[in-house]
Design a protein around this ligand. Structure first.
Ligand code: CAA
Length: 248
């Protein structure tokens, strides 16, 4: 299937991370003009990523702002101008069993992983509906679908992301704007490498595909949902998890 997004403008939050940077590259290869959001404190690493894209022949702009702030998101997206595609990929973990979880760990994860989806989508939805075309893809997680020991904060935020997707999809379906969730399983990335090794080994044993995913596995799913050919798919939650969690 040939995916052509020439002339479309895309913003990817968390766009310089392990998964986000592959999403940016995949969208850029379809002809879209891509802007990668990154955290302001992460600028040095983001510029290194930008140089790697350039070495691949891809021109991807950087837009540093704090997705957890409504005002910062509004100001940055105002500067960028009209967007056709928004991929909400910014995310963090602050794992701890609930009996030891601090309010800060709860708030940080909810703000970056869930509030951000409101903060950015709120800026673009009206323009997309007005122009009659748009794609919003929210990155959730297998752990928002099945829960995970040590992740009451993350699982709550990621489950909330898909609730947001379904509600907004209902609001925009008649306007040519689709809103979907992609739920990655365990993807080879620094986030997974930070999981204690014994826990990681047990998780791997529970993945029918017998391997962790690659960032490109997520990028392919996101690009498909942004394609013209996916116009009738909205409010869906696409699992990309090697069979780790299956549901009807
Ligand atoms: N299921 C059941 N019991 C578990 C368990 C699990 N998955 N993990 C730990 N336990 C048990 C231990 O066996 C131990 O039991 P005992 O006390 O009886 O010996 C107890 O819980 C350990 O509790 P502690 O309070 O001492 O916790 P800890 O300091 O060992 O750390 C933790 C707990 C922080 C949750 C740690 O286990 C951890 O980091 N787990 C990884 C969680 C995880 O998978 N995170 C995903 C990150 S990647 C991601 O989120 C991306 C994505 O979208 C998929």
């Amino acid at each position: 299937m040939l995916i052509d997004l020439s002339g479309r403008r895309a913003l990817v939050t968390g766009g310089t991370g392990a998964i986000g940077s592959r999403i940016c590259a995949a969208l850029a290869r379809t002809g879209a003009r891509v802007i990668a959001n990154c955290a302001e404190f992460d600028m040095a690493a983001a510029q290194e990523q930008q140089a790697r894209w350039q070495a691949e022949g891809l021109e991807i702009a950087l837009e540093p702002f704090d997705v957890a702030s409504f005002e910062a998101s509004a100001a940055a997206i105002g500067r960028i101008g009209p967007l056709d595609i928004l991929v909400n990929c910014a995310g963090i973990t602050r794992d701890a069993p609930l009996r030891r979880m601090q309010p800060q760990q709860w708030q940080d994860v909810l703000r970056v992983n869930l509030d951000s989806v409101f903060n950015t989508s709120r800026q673009v939805v009206e323009g997309m509906c007005g122009r009659g075309w748009g794609r919003i893809v929210n990155i959730s997680s297998v752990n928002g679908q099945k829960g995970q020991f040590g992740q009451t904060n993350y699982s709550a935020a990621k489950a909330g992301v898909h609730g947001f997707t379904m509600a907004l999809a209902a609001e925009t379906a008649r306007k040519g704007v689709t809103v979907n969730t992609v739920s990655p399983g365990y993807i080879d990335s620094p986030m997974i490498r930070a999981v204690p090794e014994d826990v990681r080994t047990r998780i791997l044993e529970g993945i029918p595909a017998g391997r962790f995913g690659q960032p490109q596995d997520i990028a392919s799913a996101v690009t498909f949902l942004c394609a013209e050919q996916a116009a009738f798919i909205t409010g869906a939650n696409l699992p990309v998890n090697g069979g780790q969690f299956m549901s009807a």
